[in-house]
Structures are given as C-alpha cells and as structure tokens.
Design a protein around this ligand. Structure first.
Ligand code: 5GP
Ligand code: MN
Length: 328
C-alpha cells in the first residue's frame, strides 16, 4: 500500500477541523485491536484531539488485555458516542464494530485502518494493507510518517499487536523484526508482554483446555478438517483468553483446515478457521465472515449439528490451496 493513504488520513484527522474522535476496535477484541485503539487514542490526544477508545459490546473483554497501557480507559458501549471523527482499527468489516455499526454507517467522517485481506473498505478514507503483519504495524508507519511521538506506552501498545498477530514472530516478513527493534528501543519490556499476553494461565484453564482437546474430531471435507468445540457451558465456565488460546492447537494438524467452534451465546457460534496451506479467508467469507488467508472467522447461528454441517460445506467448497503468490 502506498503510504499516500496517510496524507488522506491526516487530512481527515486534522485538529484544525475536528476536536473530538472516537476510536473503535473490533468486538471480542484481541491484543491487536486493543493495542491499536490505545496507541491511536494516545497519538490523537497528543495532536490535541479529544479522543476516546471504545468497543461495541456489553460483555467484558479478556482481563490480560488490561496490561496494555490505556486499556482501562476503553469504554464498552451500546452505541457509537458522538464525535467529529470515527477511526476504526483492526475491523475487517462494519459488522465487526458491533453496537457501533449503525452509528458508523451513518457518519460522514470515518477513517478505516486495517490489515484484513477480506476488507473491502467502509470508510471515508480507507488505509488497508493486507501485507501488514498487524494493524499496529500500519499505525507505526502512519505515526512515523506524520512525525508523532512514540513514547514507551504507545510502543508497548504497538508491540502487543505485533507480537500476538505474528504468533510471536513465527510468520511475517523481515520488517516485523525491524519494527520490533524500534519498539524495544523505546523501552518495551518484551518478557513482561510475553507473560501477560501469551504465557499466563491457571490450572483451571489447563483442565478446560484438556477437556476441549480430548473432544477433537476430524472430517474428510475438502482438504480435511480438524474440529474443536467449546459449547456455551464451557465458555461460561472459563475466561475469553482460555477459549482464544485453543486456536493455537488447530493450525497445523496435517489436515488442511483447523476449526474451532465457540458457542458465545446459546445458538450463536463464532467459528475460527486456521491453516498453514489453505485459504480460509474465502471459507469464512462464504459464511458471512472474513479475515486473513490463513486465519479467519465467521459467526454462524444454529445448533452444533447445523453449524458443523454449514462449516463442512464451506470448507468443502472454498478451502483452496494457498500459495505464497496469492498471499497479500
Ligand atoms: P479469530 O478466529 O481469532 O476470532 O479471528 C481470526 C481472524 O478472522 C481475525 O482477523 C478476525 O478479525 C477475523 N474474524 C473472526 N470472526 C469474524 C467474523 O465474525 N467476521 C469477520 N468479518 N471476520 C472475523
Ligand atoms: Mn489484527
């Protein structure tokens, strides 16, 4: 992506024209969403804009994300608060903004910053770079190009998105290491971040993870599927970070596609797709979701049986082999 998008972004967020901004991350946020919200709020405030960070859901967010500086100031909202400017970060489509979607759809000054390959753009200005390892990597380029100060707290927030979205630097280009070096140079405590966001667990979580893993199923559809299920009873028994950690087990099972079925509300399933060699963004998109080529998701309603049947059809019809040439 040409960095000229940043000039348009700066024009939209010009403090001479606007005084308030709301920064929206996606629902059921991860560290890239929260890191992006915190960093953007801090930098807009430095620019003299009265910025607030929000997530459009009522449910509490994962407690480990509160280790990211600024997270405690993020509001869980039932509708988009009034502001001159809306910035969405890490949201692949309008639906991912949750309860803010209606307000954003009607707003005339929306800046979309994202790295999902399925994002077709829904802002006044869209800065979308599917080659970026994390949304925080795009933000770092924007802030650097515009001469914003990146202090230790902002660096911590940017690093949180980078280290988690790259699977601890397992996938991504050389640029992610240069970016990490820059952020570490600004004082980020990388060991603490690793414990806070990736390593910390409890014996209770391990027991639940063990139970879900013991229920693993395989199906022959398309390139083959490995399926884990966390039903609603399991989800209410534990915390979001335990459930999210389950995706790490299904990426490379030797079957083409790993699937995690999460019944977040009775009859409402978040489906996570992971792969190392098949395009799962198309699978998720065919179910009304989206994401990256090798990590995507969708929300499907029904019983476990009907949801699994829909997932099997989607994987059978859409999980085409991934080649580096079609990786964006
Ligand atoms: P996860 O499986 O970790 O929830 O999400 C993997 C990727 O798919 C993320 O980049 C996420 O933004 C995207 N994703 C997950 N669920 C949905 C969904 O319901 N809709 C869309 N558009 N994207 C999703
Ligand atoms: Mn991301």
């Amino acid at each position: 992506m040409a960095d000229s998008g940043f000039t348009a972004a700066d024009k939209l967020a010009d403090p001479a024209e606007i005084s308030t901004a709301v920064v929206v991350g996606h629902i059921r946020p991860d560290a890239d969403a929260i890191g992006s919200v915190c960093a953007t709020v801090a930098v807009l405030r430095q620019r003299g804009i009265d910025a607030t960070g929000v997530i459009g859901q009522r449910e509490p967010i994962a407690t480990n994300l509160y280790t990211i500086p600024g997270c405690a100031d993020i509001q869980l909202v039932e509708r988009l608060p009034e502001a001159d400017l809306v910035v969405t970060v890490d949201c692949g489509d309008l639906g991912r903004t949750g309860t803010c979607a209606e307000g954003i759809g009607a707003h005339d000054r929306v800046l979309v910053i994202d790295h999902h390959s399925s994002n077709t753009g829904f802002g006044t200005v869209d800065v979308i770079d599917p080659a970026a390892e994390s949304t925080t990597a795009i933000l770092h380029r924007w802030f650097t190009a515009s001469g914003d100060g990146i202090d230790r707290d902002v660096a911590h927030a940017l690093y949180a998105g980078l280290v988690t979205d790259t699977g601890s630097f397992r996938w991504g280009g050389a640029g992610m290491h240069l970016l990490a070096a820059d952020l570490i140079g600004r004082g980020v405590d990388t060991r603490a971040v690793a414990v806070d966001l990736m390593d910390a667990t409890t014996p209770e979580s391990l027991r639940i993870i063990g139970r879900v893993l013991a229920g693993v199923e395989t199906h022959p559809d398309g390139p083959g599927m490995t399926v884990l299920t966390a039903d609603h009873a399991t989800i209410t028994e534990t915390n979001p970070e335990t459930i999210e950690s389950l995706t790490e087990f299904i990426r490379a099972t030797g079957q083409g596609v790993g699937v995690l079925l999460k019944e977040n509300l009775p009859g409402v399933w978040s489906v996570s797709f992971r792969s190392t060699d098949h395009d799962v963004a198309s699978v998720a998109t065919s179910l009304g979701g989206g994401g990256h080529l090798l990590a995507a998701g969708a929300t499907v309603r029904g019983t476990r049986g009907t949801v699994l049947a829909a997932v099997r059809r989607a994987v059978g019809g859409h999980a085409h082999p991934y080649t580096p040439e079609n990786d964006a």
